[in-house]
Ligand binder design. Structure first.
Ligand code: 3HC
Ligand code: NAI
Length: 705
């Protein structure tokens, strides 16, 4: 069996190798092994220098996240780092892949650091709701200065090897190609010149510039809305300038432990692990996906252009079909605008863009151009008649075995599949706008979708670097169905007396990226209007639908795209200012229903919004539309701006308590029993004393329906 930490000594150099796949996380076995190997190195009179490397694709990606929440087992990481730093002979860390969090902290404990050109270093702990807990906040500023350390630690964003060299975090970049060769070369030179130990913790304390500290505090108080870790991280890094190293390390550890026990840490780790869990489906285990190299996109509007760009940027060949030459011209402008943005932001060179457009891309108005496509995504108007026309064409022109996907937001994918002679090859691939940026992809599995077609949907998501979530067929699938519910309740609160701007402010203060009315303005109020019209014929008479929203659309106020919606949008006020003409429309709607408006506290707004979301989410899981609660959480986190530190609506429900959530739903139901029908799953879990998290594991062939 391979040892997790092994060592071999040759020509006076001990190579200590961490081999803990997949990412060499600093688990208990790694920590224990490192201390043993450092002690063996110190005791070995023949070994002059130790080289610390990671096996496989990376150095050490951090502490082992899967051990979080369990009692720590000694040796704990700060002690391992100190043991390396206090080693009587020089230790050289060689970074390839990623040195993140505890991985970087281990490297900071070494006396010298070499990076391979591909190396990324960072302290991403704040993204997990904690701060570095093994000396990162004290050693990094001693090497790189306060400002750079604040930048790295409070943002959690990684930097490349070039920047790490410029900041003095690494001593050199090696072009040796592999970590062992790079380490041996450096160590031999060091041994030959009698290189000495150089503890980072022994460097002078960094200088504190109070203007820099204030700038970061101001920035974080805005960007870290609702989150604890970034500001606590700021405190810890600043302490490196005023406290002796031992006291700074102790303060860092105290904050680390405090945050390790916080619900925000649990929420953020749940988000991290769930985003990796969503692609693990018994349904596709062992099934080979179909090969996808050439895709077709039908419809070159907002979504079609974004999907095409996403595919192009990830190496696929794309043929885009529009209905006529005008459509082609508009699509060309739309697509080139997106690619132009990538060039301006430095994500793509102009030469690469030009080559991509020439070699990987074609436009047509003729469906026969899709004859060689492996997969086609339809992104035409949200109308069943138009979709029917398109899928009949696709059925006629696409080769056998080609996958036919719809990007529909709400429509029935089973019905769409019936427009073809090959329903097994049809599925929904629901991208989010802007499709070249948003990570979420709902893979909508219809009744007859073949398992290898599902597997191909997931494989395509990987190629496009997206997070795929399996969804069943219903109006709006997972995300839009839940959105419709909580968005409707936002309208209910307005009818009953809340002001839309107060609702938006209360939800932003609770950590949402945007409030529901600002979101509607951005997405286009006509979308909700069309949905309300489509559902009107089948609507239950008990359903409460706000008329003020229709009244706004009837005046042509569709939000940002028309310059007017709940907000007025100008070039100098892209986020908008409240539209004074909206409140009279709301008053008229209230008057017609005989409602005397009442005041809402911000807390009530947030509680009701969350309860509406959780209740619908529980229905979505209970009906098997989402396989597990975690799938819903990932959708709401990545497509709907749900606060990441709350972990998603069903993780949040567990934190608040399933019983409390049910009590809230039941108490609101006294006003509107139809809207607030409790989800059977919520009721069941509350009765059994269970949690949504209990349903996050799946046996082969099961769902929670
Ligand atoms: N601990 C345990 N498992 C980890 C891990 C970690 N730190 N980082 C990644 N993994 C696991 C993932 O869960 C995944 O497991 P799975 O295959 O069972 O789903 C597997 O490693 C591969 O991960 P990815 O799918 O994310 O692989 P990528 O190649 O896309 O990305 C990565 C690799 C960039 C390292 C990314 O996984 C990542 O960012 N990891 C988190 C790094 C991090 O946050 N480190 C700090 C930890 S906190 C800390 O160090 C505290 C210290 O200060 C005391
Ligand atoms: P859009 O109106 O911007 O673009 C639709 C495009 O389809 C137009 O360019 C039109 O010319 C073209 N088209 C219409 N009929 C056609 C046909 N028969 N053959 C070829 N092209 C045809 O619409 P948008 O916003 O891009 O939406 C497209 C689809 O994506 C809809 O089903 C929508 O519900 C869905 N969607 C939209 C999202 C959004 O945020 N806009 C998000 C996710 C899904």
């Amino acid at each position: 069996m391979t040892q997790v930490v092994s060592s071999e000594t040759r020509d006076g150099i001990a190579v200590i190798c961490i081999d803990n796949p997949p990412v060499n996380a600093a688990s208990f076995a790694v920590r224990k092994g490192l201390v043993e190997q450092i002690e063996a190195f110190e005791a070995d009179t023949l070994a002059k220098v130790a080289v610390l490397i990671g096996a496989g694709r990376t150095f050490v990606a951090g502490a082992d996240i899967r051990e979080f929440g369990k009692p720590p087992e000694a040796p704990i990481l700060p002690d391992v780092v100190s043991r390396i730093e206090n080693c009587a002979k020089p230790v050289v860390a060689v970074i390839h892949g990623t040195a993140f969090g505890g991985g970087l902290e281990l490297a900071l404990g070494a006396h010298y650091r070499i990076a391979l050109p591909n190396a990324q270093i960072g302290l991403p702990e704040v993204k997990l709701g904690i701060i570095p807990g093994a000396g990162g906040t004290q050693r990094l500023p001693r090497l790189a200065g306060i400002e750079a350390a604040l930048d790295i630690a409070t943002s959690g964003a990684p930097i490349g090897s070039g920047k790490a060299l410029a900041l003095g975090i690494v001593d050199t970049i090696s072009d040796e190609g592999d970590p062992k060769a790079a380490g041996l070369k450096f160590a031999k030179e060091l041994a030959a010149t009698g290189g000495s130990i150089r503890p980072t913790g022994g460097l002078p304390a960094p200088k504190l510039d109070s203007a820099v500290a204030e700038r970061f505090r101001h920035k974080l108080s805005k960007s870290a809305r609702g989150q604890i870790a970034p500001l606590r991280c700021l405190d810890a890094v600043l302490a490196s300038a005023t406290l002796p190293i031992e006291d700074g390390l102790k303060q860092e550890r105290d904050i680390f432990i405090e945050l390790m026990n916080s619900p925000q840490r649990e929420g953020l780790i749940h988000a991290f692990l769930s985003e990796r869990q969503v692609a693990k489906l018994p349904e596709i285990e062992g099934i080979t996906p179909r090969k996808i190299a050439k895709i077709g996109v039908v419809g070159g509007g907002t979504m079609g252009c974004g999907i095409a760009v996403s595919a192009l940027l990830n190496g696929l060949h794309v043929t885009l079909i529009e209905r006529d030459e005008d459509g082609v011209s508009r699509a060309r402008i739309g697509l080139e605008r997106i690619l132009g943005g990538s060039v301006t932001r430095g994500k793509l060179t102009a030469d690469k863009r030009d080559a991509m457009l020439e070699k990987q891309f074609a436009y047509s108005t003729d469906y026969s151009a899709l004859g060689q496509a492996d997969l086609v995504v339809e992104a035409v108007f949200e109308s069943m008649e138009v979709k029917k026309e398109v899928f009949e064409q696709l059925d006629q022109h696409c080769r056998p075995g080609a996958i036919l996907a719809s990007n529909t937001s709400y429509l029935d994918v089973n019905e769409i599949a019936q427009f073809t002679s090959r329903p097994g090859d049809v599925l929904g691939l629901h991208f989010f706008s802007p499709a070249h940026i948003m990570k979420l992809l709902e893979v909508v599995v219809a009744d007859k979708t073949a398992p290898d077609v599902v597997a191909t949907g997931f494989a395509l998501a990987k190629t496009l670097r997206k997070i795929p979530v399996r969804a069943g067929v219903c109006d709006g699938f997972i995300g839009n169905r839940i959105l419709n519910t909580y968005r409707t309740h936002a309208d209910h609160m307005v009818l009953d007396g809340a002001d839309p701007y107060q609702i938006d402010r209360a939800l932003v203060a609770a950590g949402f990226a945007m409030g529901p009315f600002a979101v509607s303005d951005l997405a286009g109020l006509d979308i909700g209007w069309a949905t309300r019209q489509r559902l009107a014929p089948t609507r239950d008479p008990r359903e409460r639908i706000a008329k003020f929203a229709d009244a706004m659309c009837e005046q042509g106020w569709f939000g940002a795209k028309t310059g007017r919606g709940f907000y007025l949008h100008g070039t100098d006020t892209p986020r908008g200012t409240p539209n004074p003409e909206v409140l009279p429309l709301i008053d008229a709607d209230r008057a017609e229903r005989g409602i005397t408006p009442r005041a809402f506290a911000d807390e009530e707004i947030v509680n009701r919004y969350m309860a509406a979301m959780v209740n619908e989410a529980a229905k979505v899981v209970g009906e098997g539309i989402a396989l597990r609660p975690l799938d819903v959480d990932v959708v709401l986190l990545n497509g709907y701006g749900f606060p990441r530190h709350l972990g998603g609506p069903l993780h949040y429900a567990d934190q608040i308590g399933v019983k409390v959530m049910l009590e809230r739903v039941e108490s609101y139901a006294t006003e509107d029993a139809y809207f607030w029908t409790p989800a059977p799953l919520l009721q069941e879990l509350a009765d059994e004393g269970g949690k949504f998290a209990d349903l996050n594991t799946l046996e082969k062939g099961t769902s929670h329906a």
